[in-house]
Design a protein around this ligand. Structure first.
Ligand code: ADP
Ligand code: MG
Ligand code: MG
Length: 907
């Protein structure tokens, strides 16, 4: 025998595990032990550790059984002693459950076997001892079914096939003319057992094992195997659970909720997992076992009377009918309900978190079978954390740590009314591109979305895909649905920035612009028809579904206030319009970290002036076009300064390659030629000239301002004039002018000279000045490498981590879709570097630039304005790197505030 201990007992005769031993015993095993320590009634048993699972994976079945045999034998002896029954005793058998349980809870993902130890003799013993033949055969039937499935592998062989055991059950029920499992009598159940065994023999080619010990070893190994079943693998992938953790196995004495009308089984939550309300709630079934409650075979009853009445109201059940057919446990078994309340109170106070409980009542006696921290919605997370803080159960730091930043998303957007949603009909599913719920009438064109919206209608903009020309239509729509495009498509990125619901890449949707219809699965939907979108799940519904607005005061407001007490990072926002700035301020942004001036170029007539500028032959022509843009830009900036009164506003000079502003299709080019009064050929020629092989590495960023200094001049003038206008109206203004894509200080100095000259001119003209700052983005690897030199001219650095990532990794965000998913699957990268910053690689450049920048200019202002500024893991990194702020899209501001507070608490 090896010296490692693999088996840990729990029960009233002595408990070896504890809640702190989750890594070794799994969550279920550790908490079963903890409950025993608290004096809560738990059927005795033992846990075989996760180390045994790991050993099994490398050494195989025989070696494993050799390693654990003696300890398991001793464990069984101990359970026998406590229960006063013997395992394998045909006259009065001890029956066992064999349950999986990993470190992190993976509900329903792995396998559990109940009633183990039964065979044709023991079933009679059980029946005689309990004085209940039906109960014994019901238990045996369940055991053969579960064991046949989990251990012997009798499962459907194809997607289309029904569960073979359920098929047999349905046949017998039909023959008896009954509907419910509970209506089958002992003889029927006996027949089921015989048929199940025959089925196993026929399909698997082996007999059902009669020896309880053989059953036990088979079940233990099967639970270890279930760690690697498909469901569990997928769940682990989705939840970032390492394969190496393994699962523990819990072997436990059975207690029976199926022993008649004084027995029951159920699940309960110490608070409401949906809303967070501090109300004990749950469901149970009389005369039932284990999974019956969740399986939906019968309608479960509510544990509390309040819950029962609320349920009846929703289910349209009258009080009389409720009381007769669906009474609460509180009414049915008041004493047991009292004991259950006592247990749930003890457990919640002990774990200081909302508990998700399993219990079974055997002939008037309560047993607890599981407790764990319950899963909950984002709204419940916030409410439970803040109420537990108020109730003095947890401290401020713990309250902040209890809320997963990303889950705040659930609260920031409108949601469907749950009752309305229950009646809704889903018609398709796309990508959950931007969260929230939206309902409106279908419109296929962006300009028509505007006219409809002006007439006070709610619209959903449906497009094949969106482009910058659709911006205005997108901004007035309640939601956006596109047939093409991924999570980083134009529609997705823009919608997220606007905090607007969007479902993208919904392949089932076929848009016919001529007919003004969309077809889904053969059904035609016309312009004006109502549809609804769930941007959090990607679901598309036919019809109008009532929505409810986000709730930003109350507990949410308190949580946000608490984040400010702990965080060190400032949270700015990426905003291009006064509307976005206003939303971000409402969410608590402390400035604008990135205003992308080019986003203002697409609106209305502006695009015409922009195109005129691009098309102009010489400087004179460009200046003429720029003169038209100047007042528009100036008024945009005035709007931003007004909204951000007193807070810093970082404005980036023109950045994207010019080809993004010209139309590439014939129709668009024809319109452009007409609008500008030039020939189509000239337009085509210019568009061709603008073509680049690698636009992301081409003529963009400060390279534009260096080629065409008059663009920089116009933008600088618009900023300074706007600042002076705002100042004269009493608004405090702090413009920070940011030069993009710099690689050497000479580029920055060249642009700085232009900007300073304009500043002096404007200030002289107006006889007044404002304080402003000049800085640059650090977004090329070279800029990071020579940051000490660049800091001589830059008063601030803003890390443009999108470009910095793509240039450092050597692949672009827009093209990574064709290979990155496979990379992630193979584990070549741990995560998508465009979502969460690559701390090991790109992060080094950030750290280096921080150090070098500070060496030259100790008070240099440092921030981040890439999408990473809204990612909690990246925010942790930026906190540690010592930045002053992160900047993110308006709707991520609260998430960033919380993540920043958590980062501060962690360090
Ligand atoms: P899961 O992790 O999928 O919830 P469990 O191991 O908790 O699986 O068991 C599934 C069901 O079987 C639960 O409803 C549980 O209450 C029931 N069960 C487990 N062990 C016992 C037992 N010893 N006696 C009675 N019922 C049990
Ligand atoms: Mg369970
Ligand atoms: Mg950039």
């Amino acid at each position: 025998m090896s010296s490692t201990k693999y088996v840990y007992l729990f029960g009233s005769h002595g408990t070896e595990g504890a809640a702190g031993m989750k890594n070794l015993l799994g969550g279920k095993g550790a908490n079963l032990a903890e409950m025993c320590r608290l004096g809560i009634p738990v059927p005795p048993g033992f846990t075989i550790s996760t180390e045994a699972c790991t050993a099994y994976t490398t050494l195989g079945r025989e070696r494993l059984l050799e390693m654990i045999r003696d300890e398991v034998l001793a464990g069984i002896r101990s359970v026998e002693a406590e229960m006063g029954k013997r395992f394998g005793d045909a006259a009065d058998p001890l029956l066992l459950s064999v349950r999986s349980g990993a470190r992190a809870s993976m509900p329903g993902m792995m396998d559990t076997i109940l009633n183990l130890g039964l065979n044709d003799e023991a079933v009679d013993g059980l029946a005689r001892k309990a004085g209940n033949e039906r109960f014994a055969w019901d238990s045996y039937r369940r055991f053969v079914q579960m064991y046949g499935d989990v251990v012997m592998g009798l499962k459907p062989v194809s997607k289309e096939e029904h569960d073979p055991f359920e098929v047999v059950i349905d046949m017998v029920k039909e023959a008896r003319g009954v509907q419910l499992d509970t209506e089958l009598d002992a003889a029927d159940l006996k027949e089921l057992v015989a048929r199940f065994k025959a089925l196993i023999r026929a399909r698997i080619g082996r007999d059902f094992p009669v020896d309880p010990w053989e059953q036990l070893w088979g079940a233990i190994v099967a639970v270890f195997d279930s760690w690697n079943n498909d469901r569990a693998r997928v769940y682990r992938e989705l939840n970032d659970i390492p394969e190496s953790w393994g699962t523990a196995v819990n072997v436990q004495a059975m207690v029976f909720g199926n022993l008649g009308d004084h027995s029951a089984t159920g699940v309960a939550f110490t608070r409401d997992a949906g809303t967070g309300e501090d109300l004990f709630n749950g469901e149970f079934l009389v005369n039932a076992q284990g999974e019956d409650v969740v399986a939906g075979i019968r309608t479960p009853q509510q544990v509390s009377l309040v819950g029962s009445r609320r349920w009846a109201e929703l289910a349209l059940v009258s009080e009389a009918e409720r009381a007769e057919h669906y009474p609460s446990l509180e009414e049915l078994m008041p004493e047991l309900y009292r004991q259950l309340i006592e247990a749930e109170t003890t457990l919640e106070n002990h774990f200081r978190d909302m508990q998700d409980l399993e219990f079974t009542i055997q002939e008037g006696r309560l047993w607890m079978l599981q407790t764990r921290n319950g899963k909950r919605t984002g709204a419940a997370m916030v409410r439970i954390a803040m109420e537990m803080l108020e109730q003095g159960m947890i401290d401020e730091k713990t309250a902040l740590e209890r809320v997963t930043p990303d889950r705040l998303n659930d609260l920031l957007h409108p949601v469907f009314d749950p009752r309305a949603l229950a009646q809704a009909k889903p018609i398709a599913r796309g990508l959950p591109a931007s969260p929230g719920a939206a309902t409106g009438q279908i419109v296929f064109f962006a300009d028509e979305a505007e006219t409809w919206a002006q007439r006070g209608r709610d619209v959903i903009l449906v497009r094949q895909e969106t482009s910058p020309e659709d911006l205005r239509g997108m901004s007035v729509a309640k939601g956006i649905l596109t047939a093409r495009g991924g999570m980083t498509s134009h529609a997705a990125v823009v919608a997220r920035g606007m905090g607007k619901c969007c479902v993208s890449g919904c392949g089932a949707v076929h848009v016919d612009l001529k007919a003004r219809t969309m077809t889904v699965d053969g059904t035609v939907y016309a312009e004006g028809d109502w549809i609804s979108l769930n941007g959090s799940t990607g679901e598309v519904y036919y019809g109008r579904i009532a929505t409810r607005d986000a709730e930003l005061s109350g507990d949410f407001g308190k949580l946000m206030a608490l984040t400010d007490k702990y965080r060190r990072l400032e949270i700015r926002t990426n905003a291009d319009t006064p509307e976005e700035a206003a939303v971000a301020r409402k969410f608590g942004a402390t400035g604008i970290g990135l205003c992308r001036t080019e986003h203002m170029f697409f609106e209305g007539d502006r695009i015409l002036a922009v195109r005129e500028m691009i098309l102009a032959d010489g400087e004179a022509g460009r200046r003429k076009a720029l003169a038209k843009l100047l007042p528009m830009q100036r008024s945009d900036f005035e709007g931003l300064f007004r909204e951000m009164d007193g807070l810093p506003v970082t404005i980036r000079l023109l950045d994207p390659p010019l080809h993004e502003f010209v139309p590439h299709d014939d129709a668009g080019q024809m319109t452009m030629a007409r609008d500008m009064g030039v020939s189509l050929g000239r337009i085509k020629l210019r568009v061709e000239q603008l073509h680049e092989f690698n636009p992301m590495l081409g003529h963009r960023g400060c390279r534009l301002g260096i080629s065409f200094p008059e663009i920089t001049e116009m933008q600088a003038r618009a900023i300074f004039e706007a600042a002076l206008n705002a100042k004269s109206r009493g608004t405090a203004v702090v413009p920070e002018i940011m030069v993009p894509l710099v690689g050497t200080i000479r580029e920055l100095d060249q642009q700085a000279a232009v900007i300073r000259r304009v500043a002096e001119q404007v200030f002289a003209e107006r006889g007044e000045a404002v304080h402003w700052m000049l800085g640059t983005m650090i977004e090329t690897p070279r800029a990071a490498l020579v940051a000490d030199s660049i800091a001589r001219s830059a008063e601030f650095f803003s890390f443009g981590t999108n470009d910095l990532t793509q240039m450092t990794m050597g692949f672009s965000r827009d093209d990574a879709g064709s290979f990155l998913p496979r990379y992630l699957k193979l584990g070549l990268y741990e995560h998508d570097p465009f979502r969460s910053i690559d701390q090991k690689g790109v992060g080094q450049l950030v750290e280096m630039a921080v150090a070098k920048g500070r060496a030259t200019r100790p008070d240099i202002e440092l921030g981040v304005c890439g999408e990473h500024g809204g990612d909690p893991a990246s925010i942790g990194f930026f906190h540690r790197a010592g930045l002053r702020y992160v900047s993110c899209s308006p709707f991520r501001v609260p998430i960033a505030r919380l993540a920043a507070a958590q980062a501060a608490i962690a360090s």
